[in-house]
Design a protein around this ligand. Structure first.
Ligand SMILES: NC(=O)c1ccc[n+]([C@@H]2O[C@H](COP(=O)([O-])OP(=O)(O)OC[C@H]3O[C@@H](n4cnc5c(N)ncnc54)[C@H](OP(=O)(O)O)[C@@H]3O)[C@@H](O)[C@H]2O)c1
Length: 278
């Protein structure tokens, strides 16, 4: 386990409260761990009951942890999480929940593709608007949004996901500019391929990128946490990913899409995401 730097994120009047979405596993769990190790109280959220196990583990750090089980692809789910944060001011928001979907777009089950958009874009922006307004009114707060270096790259066989992260990366920079001088900082964490449940869940385990060596979620989370605490605008985790994102800015989008297809194309025929379409 990588421990995070000890940082005082509070305004000195109360114990710091952090909200972390997608905290049941992967990068989000590690972000929540960074918070717990720094003595921050937590509201953690995810869609499945595993969020309660994660909350129990985090309580070992002697911090208060509330768990919210909600589908953050829905307005009702985001409202449920927002209501659960109403008793205390939120100092830190980690808008991290998200997922991908592999396979050729025309063959994907549209409901699953829509869930990617609804989670990664609609639910994420709605939650940021609700909690961000409160932060702006108080003149205090930090927001970390988990984007991706995939946002730099149109991605054949991951078209919807990569597009959703292009939206999120762009949105994060724009919101940061709007909130300049407001007391609220916005940081975009842009990981590369990271060793989490992401590729299994996206039906991308059997692809070049799914089988590749990946970064540690603890390292990625620590990098993002530290950048947020410094108030940085963006952070690409890992030197290899910094090179990839720099080169991606120079290469034509059509070339990037085809190159991405070589590492994202399913190796073993039809991915599970495909359902017969009538
Ligand atoms: N792994 C990578 O290579 C990589 C690279 C760049 C960026 N990212 C981004 O990093 C973030 C975290 O992903 P990860 O790699 O840590 O994957 P992960 O281990 O699969 O974690 C995803 C988390 O998001 C939650 N989540 C997904 N959809 C949700 C929904 N509709 N409502 C509520 N919670 C939801 C999951 O909870 P449930 O299981 O309960 O749904 C889980 O806690 C995502 O935004 C992802 O796009 C990942």
């Amino acid at each position: 386990m990588v421990s995070c730097m000890n940082t005082n994120g509070s305004n000195g009047k109360h114990r710091t409260l952090a909200v972390v979405t997608g905290a049941s596993s992967g990068i989000g769990y590690e972000l929540a761990l960074c918070c717990a190790q720094n003595g921050f109280d937590l509201v953690v959220a995810a869609d499945q009951p595993a969020i309660h196990d994660a909350a129990e583990t985090l309580r070992a750090y002697d911090v208060a942890v509330d768990a919210v089980e909600a589908d953050l692809a829905t307005i009702a789910g985001v409202d449920r999480l927002y209501l659960a944060t109403r008793e205390r001011p939120v100092d830190l928001l980690f808008a991290n929940a998200g997922h991908g979907l592999g396979g050729a777009f025309l063959d994907q089950d549209f409901a699953r593709a829509q869930h990617v958009i609804d989670t990664n874009i609609t639910g994420t922006t709605y939650l940021i608007q609700r909690i961000g307004r409160d932060m702006r009114d108080r003149g205090h707060g930090r927001i970390l949004i988990t984007g991706s270096i995939a946002g730099y790259t149109p991605g054949a066989y991951s078209a919807v996901y990569n597009g959703s992260k292009a939206f999120i990366d762009s949105f994060s920079f724009a919101l940061r500019a709007e909130l300049k001088d407001s007391g609220v900082t916005v940081t975009c964490l842009m990981p590369g391929a990271t060793e989490t449940d992401f590729f299994n869940r996206a039906d991308m385990a059997d692809t070049g990128i799914g089988r590749s060596q990946k970064d540690s979620p603890a390292d990625v989370a620590r990098t993002g946490f530290e950048a947020m605490m410094r108030g940085d605008g963006d952070i690409v985790s890992g030197w290899k990913n910094k090179v990839i994102s720099t080169v991606a800015n120079l290469v034509p989008a059509g070339v990037l899409a085809e190159q991405y297809g070589k590492i994202a194309e399913p190796a073993s025929g039809i991915p599970k995401s495909i359902k017969p379409q009538i």
